[in-house]
Write a new protein. Structure first.
Length: 352
């Protein structure tokens, strides 16, 4: 009810609790931390990780060491507490590559404000936090790559980043799709941005949208709903990378030549670990005494979207035929061992 002078309006009984969201703007302390560990080039790769997901982030680290050892020095792992930091440092202290870890103390304060929030709501808050981290560092004039822990580098990503940011301000990955068809399937497993005026403006709009956006898929949902439909008229140049550059369980095959492969398409943790481990073994140096077996996509089908994978391959091959691409984009079946000298007759197009 409304009250006159000296009267305080009574709270509404049954009013909904405030929605769990991050405070607008930068993540406190992150820019200062990254600046403190930056020696020259203002480039940073960031990954959010807790103890449970270190099994994936460790695989990401090992793939960096295999195909792009120089980028390890530019990687910062963002963790929720000192315990996780100590755990990661203990896991990597003897590996020959020091891993930079930033403790996001502000996260605990943000979560504490929403003590009654459910698990899904807190997951949404955490998902949005990547956009805040990106904005924090881009506003500090860093070129930034966000990558989720369940990913493997198959090639050095620096050339891809250089090539794409020459013409674009922000780039994202996609669930699947070729060419411009990837736009409507954009995801935020991988985001790269440069510190251009246009890029800074778009990231500012994006992180502020968390305060009002209540649609599905958190920050990715906002991007799909509000950015993609206008992507051709934005002042910021935005590119969604198609499945030939960033792959996942739905789109990967041995000859795809993708620079990055993520765990998208595998919801079951155990089967996702299996798939990511297969990927890692194929990028690590060959051991003639321990041959690397063929990729076994069917072997993880119970915990991954194998029917979705088959659908994507059908769509991709139809796209290739309709656009005059002579080589098929791959098959869903097992491929020969990495150590075999002959490939199969279902050419995937592109070299690894």
């Amino acid at each position: 009810m409304s009250g006159g002078k000296g009267v305080t309006a009574a709270p509404r009984l049954g009013a909904a609790a405030p929605r769990a969201i991050n405070a607008p703007g930068h993540i406190p302390g992150l820019a200062e931390h990254v600046q403190g560990v930056t020696r020259s080039t203002k480039f940073r790769i960031i990954t959010f990780c807790n103890k449970s997901y270190w099994v994936f982030a460790h695989g990401l680290l090992e793939s960096m060491k295999a195909v792009a050892p120089s980028v390890v020095d530019f990687w910062t792992v963002i963790v929720p507490d000192e315990e996780t930091k100590k755990f990661i440092l203990s896991e990597t202290s003897g590996a020959g590559h020091a891993v930079d870890v930033f403790v996001d103390d502000d996260l605990r304060k943000q979560v504490a404000k929403f003590a009654s929030a459910g698990r899904d709501e807190l997951k949404t808050l955490l998902s949005w936090r990547r956009v805040h981290a990106m904005q924090t560092l881009v506003d500090g004039d860093f070129t930034v790559m966000f990558i989720e822990p369940d990913a493997v580098f198959q090639k050095n990503p620096l050339q891809l980043i250089h090539d794409q940011l020459t013409q674009n301000d922000i780039i994202l990955s996609a669930d699947y799709g070729l060419g411009s068809t990837a736009q409507k399937r954009a995801n935020t497993k991988v985001i790269v941005a440069k510190p251009s005026a246009q890029g800074k403006k778009l990231l500012n709009v994006w992180q502020r949208a968390e305060q009002s956006y209540t649609g599905q898929k958190a920050e990715a949902g906002f991007f799909l709903d509000q950015v993609v439909p206008h992507i051709d008229v934005l002042t910021a140049k935005v590119k969604v990378l198609d499945q030939t550059l960033v792959g996942n369980y739905l789109t990967h095959h041995e000859k795809a030549g993708q620079v990055i492969v993520t765990g998208t398409g595998c919801d079951n943790i155990d089967y996702k670990i299996n798939f990511m481990t297969q990927l890692l073994r194929h990028v690590q140096p060959l051991d003639p005494n321990n041959l690397v077996p063929a990729f076994d996509y069917e072997g993880v089908a119970m915990g991954c979207d194998h029917s979705g994978r088959e659908k994507v391959f059908k769509i991709s091959n139809e796209y290739a035929r309709s656009h005059g691409v002579s080589a098929k984009l791959g098959a869903s079946k097992k491929h020969p061992s990495k150590n075999d000298s002959e490939g199969d007759d279902e050419d995937a197009g592109g070299d690894r």
